[in-house]
Design a protein around this ligand. Structure first.
Ligand SMILES: [Zn+2]
Length: 254
């Protein structure tokens, strides 16, 4: 692993994960994919520290108020994707937003009995955070499954492994296509070495299978990818390289 990082001109003593967010405007609705880690003292603030949890503020920088978000598509219910849904007072940050999520992922992470199960003690905070952050939205949640249209031009694609119902969003607009691949790969290292995993993978073997399948597919079809944990802006392409793949990042478009 050290050698691969060295070959990629990256530090070999640490791995930095970034956090990019995708905002879509389809002319009728303003759509956000995931809601980040948030800064609540019990959850995001406690685990991720002060360098994350800035989505609501950053929306202001593009002239948007959280109340203007109409839809939030969730890729999966892990901390860095849903803990930003509520504020310190437990109230929804996105007061007008409805949520679209895969039913398997939602059912798994919001199951209060499972949250208490010693078998899942390692993930106790993930369960608690998912329950606390989704509860205020419970009357405006709808489900989407593999191959279904979540919104016009946005098709859900299954990518289970990292999380039981992890879902990618395949977006097409005016002849262009962008795949938000959720956490199929957290870092370019996992393209060079797809057989590696991350401690947060729920099912490590399935996560590797999914990663290989998605990497093969996007490389073969030359599909542009949005990789939320890659360096800003997280958009780019994947091409085969040796036994694995290589990331070809796209520059920022201003
Ligand atoms: Zn993540």
């Amino acid at each position: 692993m050290t050698e691969t990082l060295f070959d990629m001109f990256l530090p070999t003593d640490r791995i930095t994960l970034h956090q990019n967010m995708l905002l879509l405007e389809n002319g009728r609705e303003t759509v956000m994919i995931d809601a980040g880690a948030g800064q609540t003292p019990d959850f995001g603030g406690k685990i991720f520290g002060p360098t994350t949890g800035w989505i609501a503020d950053n929306l202001g920088r593009v002239g948007l108020d959280p109340a203007q978000i109409d839809v939030i598509l969730l890729t999966h219910l892990h901390p860095d994707h849903v803990w930003g849904l509520t504020g310190s007072d437990g109230a929804p940050v996105y007061e007008n937003a409805r949520i679209i999520v895969n039913e398997v992922d939602y059912g798994f992470w919001t199951d209060a009995r499972r949250a208490e199960d010693p078998k899942f003690s390692k993930d106790a905070l993930t369960f608690q955070g998912a329950i606390a952050n989704l509860r205020p939205y419970r009357d405006r949640i709808s489900f989407v499954a593999d191959g279904e249209e979540a919104l016009p031009g946005v098709v859900a694609r299954a990518a289970a492994g990292h999380s039981p119902g992890q879902t990618m969003y395949d977006i097409t607009s005016r002849g262009q296509r962008l795949l938000h691949w959720a956490d199929v790969a957290h870092h370019p290292l996992l393209l060079a070495r797809p057989e590696l995993g991350i401690v947060f993978d729920f099912d490590a073997r399935m996560a590797v299978e999914t990663r290989r399948r998605v990497l093969d597919w996007v490389a073969r079809e030359r599909i542009e990818v949005f990789a939320c944990h890659f360096g800003f802006p997280g958009r780019g392409h994947v091409r085969p390289l040796g036994q694995g793949f290589d990331w070809v990042g796209k520059p920022i478009e201003l």
